[in-house]
Design a protein around this ligand. Sequence first.
Ligand code: NAD
Length: 256
Amino acid sequence: MAASSRLVSKLAVVTGGGSGIGRAVCQRFASEGASVVVADIDEGSASRTVAALPRGHRAQEHMAAAVDVSSRHSVDRLLTSIQHQYFQPPSLCVSAAGITQDEFLLKMDEEDFDRVIEVNLKGTFLVTQVFSRAMVSSGFPKGSIITIGSIVGKMGNIGQVNYSASKAGVVGLTRTAAKELSKFGIRCNCVLPGFIATPMTDKIPEKVLSKVLSLVPMGRIGEPAEVADVCAFLASDESRYITGVSIEVTGGLFTG
Ligand code: NAD
């Protein structure tokens, strides 16, 4: 798809930007003119994303940063390093960091439940809180916060009781944040991907994948860029009257 320039002069932070959907969001935002802070627990992968980002627009400057979204200290440090580098907080924030740790309900360890909630739900809370506070104090209008849930937060998914719960939580968090932050000119929306081809879904056995795809009317797995396109829309002024929604990017997978 041809790049447009909807995000020129914007500064964005993308967690989980080292891989998969987060990386595609970084690429799309940069191709639309934003400067992008690529934040990931794996700093090497964040640096590789930065190295591949376009810099075709005026004054674009990208940066890689290490962050563990489940740690307040680490998220605070990320904000500090961004403010040190750019002298302002980002007005666009995408929480794409996420993990899975699959097991059946009857067998799941409490630790595996907690860790997935900590990264996917608490991590989204910390990133949303820290960056929205910074947006509010900077007085910027037109902040856009985008969270990444999952269609399984609505559908449930065998073997993913922790992951499904974390992603359902992200929807509630985003709706509430939208209500509280509207008066500061900050919009918050959630994107719910279905099955997207990334390292996270590489692990799914072929047999399971073909069963899942039989439920997708469009009959194919999605591409990270197809999620990134929706994020770019939600980051741009084209969605200026949209807040508190969850957009499914699933090829029509029905949640019933
Ligand atoms: P991915 O594994 O390719 O990328 C996830 C990234 O998050 C990795 O770079 C990883 O290093 C980073 N990360 C993990 N823990 C972190 C932490 N504590 N702090 C900071 N970064 C951390 O996976 P993906 O498929 O690109 O997933 C991106 C988001 O989309 C996740 O929230 C995932 O739950 C969600 N999602 C993915 C799919 C899919 O089908 N791939 C479907 C629905 C939702």
